[in-house]
Design a protein around this ligand. Structure first.
Ligand SMILES: [Fe+2]
Length: 384
């Protein structure tokens, strides 16, 4: 275990049904006068932007920026910053899933600084604080609303990460009622992302008491509530449980690290345009089967936390079951975990393994089991 851990969180996190009703109070506290609401067309169609603008319209002037695509690009942030500067916005409200939240965070940072976002790629490159930002998630997946990272796609289709304490929200409002309009496929994919965050944060070689605690609790909540939320989007208890899980899962990996699930999954997005959540879901069971021998005690805890039938099994047998337990969950939500079922040729696998090793060594180094190029290829092949 590494001896230094960094634990961060937004200044304030309010959580609960109808918590968005405190929005005007928070804008006032942050001395905001001209609000820029950042969202996307899907969230708008679902009526969620209107809920927010109805709350703020009586007290504040506002503009709305909608033009955000999934896996958002650097140029989208540039456009949003230009729009915000033109409208003299002095406070940002991000309302949406991970893509929207990341654009909102990046925009707020650019407005508090002089340069474009491309100048801040990497760790701690942002010199000055951002303008105030309030983040309101409408999915239960990335947990980006409590994290200090932003991931953007650059002009070469590469993922660029920005890590800065100035990306943390001033206020995060986690209102589970804002997630009930998510369709089942989005519930499934974002929920799988949350599960991968929780597991990776928990089993990372950088894990610590804090990441263990919140990671395992997130895994328990996901085991209890993800299939319920998928089966019935109006199940409020399930939506509350998944909103809590998504937050805790992000906090877990934020205090330790991601690992091989994310490292391998990025190649599905890079070469085939799959969503981030689906990419993680496809490869997660195979990575579990590869990883479990590195920490059988933790993997047997995961099996138990996910409600697996492991009574009276020795720790090693329970740990070995995690791959099957996770795969059953993912398949139950209509997501295939065989690469061939996506019409991807076997000849693509070497390229995917090379991309993983070339670009994500920074994640693989914290995976509980070491992984080289041949092993990455074998993991892809094992679930072909
Ligand atoms: Fe993720």
């Amino acid at each position: 275990m590494e001896s230094i851990s960094l634990i961060t969180s937004p200044c304030q996190i309010y959580m609960g049904c109808n918590v968005i009703n405190r929005l005007c109070e928070d804008i006032k506290f942050l001395k905001g006068k001209r609000v820029l609401v950042i969202s996307d067309s899907g969230i708008r169609k679902a009526g969620l932007v209107e809920i927010i603008t109805d709350i703020i319209s009586k007290k504040f002037e506002f503009e709305i920026f909608y033009d955000i695509e999934p896996e958002p690009s650097v140029s989208t942030v540039d456009k949003c910053v230009k729009y915000a500067r033109k409208s003299n916005s002095d406070i940002i409200i991000g309302v949406g899933g991970g893509s929207v939240i990341d654009v909102a965070k990046a925009t707020a940072v650019c407005l508090g600084n002089k340069n474009d976002i491309k100048n801040y790629y990497g760790i701690n490159k942002v010199p000055e604080p951002s303008i105030p930002k309030i983040l309101i998630p409408t999915t239960a997946g990335t947990g980006s609303e409590v994290g200090m990272y932003v991931v953007l796609t650059d002009e070469n289709n590469f993922k660029q990460t920005i890590a800065s304490k100035y990306l943390l929200a001033d206020v995060t409002l986690i209102d589970p009622l804002m997630t009930i309009s998510m369709p089942p496929n989005v519930t499934a994919e974002t929920g799988a992302d949350a599960l991968s965050h929780a597991i990776e944060g928990y089993v990372s070689v950088k894990a610590n008491t804090y990441s263990n605690m919140v990671g395992l609790e997130a895994i328990k909540l996901i085991g209890k509530f993800l299939l319920r939320a998928y089966a019935n989007g109006n199940d409020i208890d399930a939506r509350i449980g998944m909103s809590e899980a998504s937050m805790l899962a992000n906090m877990s990996y934020g205090a330790s690290s991601l690992g091989a699930i994310h490292a391998l999954a990025y190649s599905f997005t890079r070469y085939f345009g799959f969503s981030h959540g689906r990419s993680n879901a496809i490869i997660m069971p195979a990575v579990m089967r590869y990883n479990y021998i590195a920490n059988q005690e933790k993997f047997s805890n995961i099996a138990l936390a996910l409600g697996g039938n492991i009574k009276n099994l020795p720790v090693s047998d329970a740990a070995a079951k995690v791959g099957d337990i996770v795969e059953d969950m993912i398949n139950s939500m209509g997501i295939g975990t065989k690469i061939s079922s996506y019409n991807i040729a076997k000849s693509e696998l070497p390229k995917m393994a090379e991309y993983t090793l070339e670009n994500y060594e920074r994640l693989l180094r914290y995976n509980p089991r070491m992984m080289n190029l041949d092993q990455a290829y074998d993991v892809f092949l094992s679930t072909y």
